[in-house]
Design a protein around this ligand. Sequence first.
Ligand code: UT7
Length: 333
Amino acid sequence: MLNSKIVGLGHHVPEKVITNEYLSTKMDTNNAWIIERTGIEQRRWMDPAKDTVANMAAKATRMALERAKLTEKDIDFIVFATITPDYFFPGSGVLLQRELGLDGSIAALDIRNACSGFIYALSVADQFIKTGKYKTVLVIGAEIQSTALDVTTRGRNTAVIFGDGAGAALLQATDKPGILSTHLHSDGRFAEELYVKDPGSSRPQEERQPEQILDTSTYKVVMNGNQVFKHAVVRFMEVIQEALDANALKTEDISLLVPHQANLRISQYIQEKLGLSNAQVYNNIMRYGNTTAASIPIALSEAWAEGKIKENDLICLAAFGSGFTWASALIRW
Ligand code: UT7
């Protein structure tokens, strides 16, 4: 039986740093509130002259390829997780394929599972490798959230949280353990607790004409923060436990937990409940905010570069977000 193994990681974030002080000039908020409630000190927001979802993903991919000593031509399949594609359609996978100079001999698939998107994408890639269909799969999480934020006091519970960036992971087949399991969940009853309504297709035609749109607030991120927080802490714990149980492993076997960077308070809550030390949990939300599908691969790429992921380590990934969707993965590195 084949397994898949992550052989290369990379990431890219926009140059533009958005500080809490800057946000305080745009809305009724302040540095102390943001740090206390979210742990975020700064985030990166795109520069329209430079950054696209696809070109950030291409930069992350090139870093991953270099670290894996592979080239673009080795990629057999792209699985691209994003809820903020450059176009309404086609998806970002084909745009990345074009950026990488790859032709029609490979396929590109888009995944729209928000903050759980990277783990969903990893799971899809893992299945294709396990069946022997593809040898090298590129898995991406990349987002530009900033342009959908309401940067006024009305949108302050989301504007201070979200950031932009991209992360990439290259998967290849191995006869060793590698990705031990992925567990995926969703519950659409809560779809509107965290969503962007437009451009929704189930609208009368005339409502989708730009000149008819007087109120553009439906194009902005809306989140019931409290509700999302309460579900997140429960589901993170459940899905991590599910992964450990499925592999007959225990919390103390985890070398490093890389949680989706939703809110530092969520990560700290999970850490405490699982009894993990600071060294066993990787957080970088302080620097990047919540980058949705990009947060786990950016964190993995940084943790790896800092020497925090070594051969044979047990790495646990977990995420929760819009949908609601939630997921976990256990990886023997
Ligand atoms: O990525 C996956 C999904 N996302 C998440 O997991 C995020 C989950 N939720 C959260 O992280 C938190 O709910 C927030 C950080 C969004 C909000 O923190 P909170 O501690 O849950 O605050 P709250 O929503 O209960 O609001 C408390 C107060 C409110 O004022 P009143 O009604 O008490 O007067 C808010 O209006 O804080 C106010 N508030 C702010 N004040 C200053 C909300 N946002 C801000 C802000 N600055 N940016």
